[in-house]
Design a protein around this ligand. Sequence first.
Ligand SMILES: NC(=O)c1ccc[n+]([C@@H]2O[C@H](COP(=O)([O-])OP(=O)(O)OC[C@H]3O[C@@H](n4cnc5c(N)ncnc54)[C@H](OP(=O)(O)O)[C@@H]3O)[C@@H](O)[C@H]2O)c1
Length: 216
Amino acid sequence: MKKTIAIIGAGGAMGSALSKSLAASGHHILLMDKDSEKCHKTYDHIFAELPNADIEILNCIHEGSWEADVIIPAVAYEIQQEVADYIKDVVTGKIVISLINPLNEDKSKLLTSSLSSAAEELQGYLPYSKVVKAFNTIFPSDLKSITHADCFIAGDDETAVATVCSLAKESGFVPQLAGNLSASRTLESMMLILIQLCRKNNIPESGSFKVLFSKS
Ligand SMILES: NC(=O)c1ccc[n+]([C@@H]2O[C@H](COP(=O)([O-])OP(=O)(O)OC[C@H]3O[C@@H](n4cnc5c(N)ncnc54)[C@H](OP(=O)(O)O)[C@@H]3O)[C@@H](O)[C@H]2O)c1
């Protein structure tokens, strides 16, 4: 079913790639960023390839989050709380997708303790929303090119998790249910490992996870 999806940070690497991918699936996408110039670039880029895309630019993150069924803060971990505080009163009952990885500046370690995760912190800031971890182990370039990679999904609300599974599937990924929201601790570490593997192999950040189940 067609959803209205608000992307906060739509001018950034992950925000613009995900906006395009979700627009290609026919959803109504609301593009929002601190810098509206960047949103215009994302808008033009999507329209060049998808002239029928249902996308619009909104200047107000609060208004966009109020309009949306699903909200995706595609901003740095350091900005997460600021964004959450800003949208807190308009996301009650809504799905908020956490793709944020709490990495330090040189992406060599996590900024969260082993007993928490960015996604669980977000749920704490937005107690009346349904936070679901997803898309955090996927690089923006691979949102455009890789198909059938796994997209790990973790959350406490079954219906919200099912909705996010559909979004991942429509974007060309294989949704893998990773558990409740606390599984985000593992999922956020997985991106750290993927980045380290790219560095060790001297390749640009790319590649994704695929679990190979044995046939019984
Ligand atoms: N890039 C990846 O490989 C990747 C993969 C998976 C997950 N992620 C996660 O995705 C998130 C975004 O990463 P990214 O690489 O896309 O970063 P990015 O390119 O820097 O994009 C972040 C965007 O958010 C904007 N922004 C900053 N503060 C804002 C605010 N208060 N309200 C609205 N927009 C704001 C930024 O604008 P300014 O630049 O003007 O500050 C920028 O356009 C991170 O949490 C990251 O961990 C990234």
